[in-house]
Ligand binder design. Structure first.
Ligand code: SF4
Length: 416
């Protein structure tokens, strides 16, 4: 491992819930991707990577010059240690850029096994100050993902005292519990958040039942469709990205290994475009409305940029999910002419409808366009159809030229 002190860079770290999402994240501009294997990561339902997937994922990262970060960030009980040792033996020769840990026990095992990858510390360890960072650095941790509760002013103070690599969460769902350490899910559904099985009960609709009136459920009326009494808004730091970069944050993590491929792609490209604009002294403010609009076109709860103060003045009035666009599919490849593409579908696509195509960002230029679908041919049957069904492959022809690696979406509400 080279020096722990390397602070002059900015990375966008994207979620790779499965191999398909990893490949899209690489195409859409991720500097690093994070993913878990079949054991010891904090998403046991995220389509976790088999050994074969890991090998393919590493190959994709190598080809795209993207850093693979492997997650071993669940907490170990005594009974887990032998399995953890065996699992580390199995993965320790893979060329991960880094392995992310939470539990100091896992860190101990990785060091005992002489694992070569850099070591990153998860946000689960609630690191809030430079003294904690000093300790973790002394134990060989290269990068610290700060607690989500850390404010911008605190980050500036931390940076005054350390040259360690610092990562923060920039976008996605939040927990109302401290750094995600929470027993609510274990209590209400028997699924332990600290072992990667959270069932998200904080987002369930709750009602009140009076002791002498069993079965009479009284809705806690805080908005028209019920109340998620503990549910948090979603994090969105795009507006303040220049401030966080100036404060000395090196890496910005996008949450969402369980979210769609479209979510991974669009959030990655927006943060990447913003980071490039800032580093090239471009006009960040000019692009900001575009960034905000695109981040509004992924499914999300109302946004906040401030976890600690997000409950102030909000009156619990707008917690329902916002969905302004539907992910339809993505290009597997271009077709035989410039208006044609082979598309893998995730939702129905109709002949003659107008849809958006978004593209990766390779520079300041945004290549997104609105196109009309003028022909749909079922790849398997070789027949023209009026509607593409989800989960299949089609050759689609559009009314204008298209580019590589497009993602199709339908607007559900007209944006200004
Ligand atoms: S129940 Fe909610 S607050 Fe608790 S770990 Fe799960 S998502 Fe986080």
């Amino acid at each position: 491992m080279d020096s722990l002190m390397n602070r002059n860079f900015t990375e966008i770290v994207s979620p790779a819930g499965n191999l398909e999402k990893l490949k899209i994240a690489v195409k859409y501009g991720a500097d690093a991707v994070y993913f878990g294997g079949e054991k010891f990561n904090l998403r046991d339902k995220a389509g976790n990577f088999t050994f074969d997937d890991i090998e393919q994922g590493l190959e994709t990262c190598r080809a795209g010059s993207v850093k693979p970060v492997f997650l071993l960030n669940s907490f170990l009980h005594e009974k887990d240690i032998k399995t953890a040792e065996e699992y580390i033996d199995r993965i320790k020769d893979y060329d991960f850029h880094a392995i992310m840990v939470s539990d100091p026990g896992m860190l101990t095992l990785l060091k005992e096994k002489n694992v070569k990858a850099n070591l990153h510390l998860s946000t689960q360890m609630s690191t809030l100050n430079h003294l904690s960072i000093k300790l973790w650095n002394s134990l060989g941790i290269r990068r610290i993902v700060l607690a989500r509760e850390t404010t911008l002013d605190e980050i500036k103070m931390i940076r005054d005292h350390t040259d360690s690599e610092i990562e923060i969460f920039a976008h996605g769902a939040l927990c109302v519990s401290y750094s995600g350490r929470c027993l609510l899910s274990r209590f209400l559904s028997g699924r332990d958040a600290n072992q990667g099985s959270c069932s998200h009960p904080c987002r369930w609709n709750f009602s009140l039942v009076e002791e002498k009136r069993p079965g009479n459920h009284l809705e806690i009326i805080e908005h028209s469709s019920g109340t998620e009494i503990l549910s948090s808004k979603d994090l969105n730091l795009i507006e303040f990205l220049p401030d966080y970069i100036n404060a000395g944050v090196n890496a910005f993590k996008i949450e969402g290994r369980m979210k769609s491929l479209y979510h991974t792609a669009n959030v990655t490209r927006i943060y990447k475009h913003a980071a490039l604009t800032i580093s090239n002294n471009g006009n960040f403010r000019e692009f900001l409305p575009f960034y905000m609009r695109e981040l509004d076109l992924i499914s999300h709860r109302p946004y906040t940029s401030d976890l600690f103060n997000e409950f102030e003045n909000m009156g619990f009035s707008q917690i329902p999910y916002i969905k302004n666009a539907l992910f339809l599919g993505y290009f597997i490849s271009k077709g035989k002419d410039e208006t044609e593409a082979i598309v893998k579908t995730f939702n129905p696509v109709y002949l003659n409808e107008d849809i958006d195509i978004i593209y990766p960002v390779t520079g300041p230029q945004i290549k997104d366009s609105t196109v009309r679908v003028v022909e749909i041919v079922d790849e398997e049957e070789s027949t023209a159809v009026e509607m593409a069904r989800p989960g299949k492959f089609y050759t689609m022809t559009f009314d204008k030229a298209i580019d590589n690696d497009g993602i199709l979406r339908r607007r559900l509400r007209i944006q200004d």
